[in-house]
Design a protein around this ligand. Sequence first.
Ligand code: SF4
Ligand code: SF4
Length: 377
Amino acid sequence: MERYIPNKLKNDIMLCNRCRCGFCESRCPTYTVTHIESLSARGRNLLALALLEGYIPLSKTLADRFFTCTTCGFCKEICPLEVDTVKIVQNVRTYLIKEGLYDSSINIISKNIMKYSNPYGKPIEDKSAWSKDLHFYRDGKTLLFGGCVYPFQNPEVLKITAQLLQKAGLKLNYLPNEPCCGYPLLALGFQEDFEDLARKNAELFMKAGVEEIVANCPGCVETLKQYSEYIGKVDFKVLHIVDYLKELIEKGRIQLSHAIPLEVTYHDPCHLTRYLKKYEEPREIIRSITGVTLKEKPHNKMESLCCGGGGGMLVTNPDTSSQISDILLREIQETGVTTVVTACPTCERVINFTADLKGAKIKCIDIVELVNKAVKG
Ligand code: SF4
Ligand code: SF4
């Protein structure tokens, strides 16, 4: 395993095992629902050390410990020693994959991404279908990156995004043969495949003359931002749609002319909040709409609860994932609000699915849909 764990992470593993404070367990979603030490960052760091030093043999049971993590980033955020818990999980996963110790379901995901440019194995024409009636500029320097989840789950969000940005004066580009950003590959540990894909993607973006990429999915944004770390310098910057919306609203290029008398709560997606530190932007956008009242959940911003849908958990551990989403749903219900606004397609899907399953009168919508309602009435 040595060669899969760079020195910085070895050092982090050592640091954690000298400290073992356990702060990371306080709101780890997998630990909260399982109460199993080896499913928390502290427990995994002990297993990582034992693997590094050859104290324990490899087994499928041990491997499963590393695949039961939503990569929500809470442990990394709270760790007093700044141990890079998420990178440790990702790198150990890379080692486990090399050793063949992983679920066959995740192999299909990686194959689909490489063959069909999306993890679901759907035709690429279906992925770009939402863009058919819209006009894009092939020489536009700003690229709208649709990602893989929105096109199949809520393509309307992408349509609205393109319309809002174009109406605000942006000369927007879109690639109909858009590849996957590689998030599932990176999160699940297919690091070599991820690096190959990132190299090809960066070349494609640069050939298209792209200077800036804007995406609605926080997982895509965070992953595209990491390209330079894995493949070296790239010549484009990456923004999340909330960056754009906030600025365009402030400058009056998007006018929120219609009042919406609605009480909402906002759900902070893990990647947007803990990774990208964007928690004030969506709140400012919501507050700028006349009539909308924002009622916070008890855990919000950096402390927000995970929906349970990240890190491949929907595929590798659906039961644990659904226990995690039940807790989030209960917290949403505690607010007494029936509309949840979020800015991530996976969170939206998980919240709506869980609410339907439990018969809860909760509807989760995308922040772009709320803005569009305030623009058009
Ligand atoms: S908070 Fe950090 S140092 Fe403490 S046990 Fe967790 S990972 Fe280790
Ligand atoms: S990333 Fe989230 S789920 Fe994974 S160990 Fe850390 S707190 Fe737990």
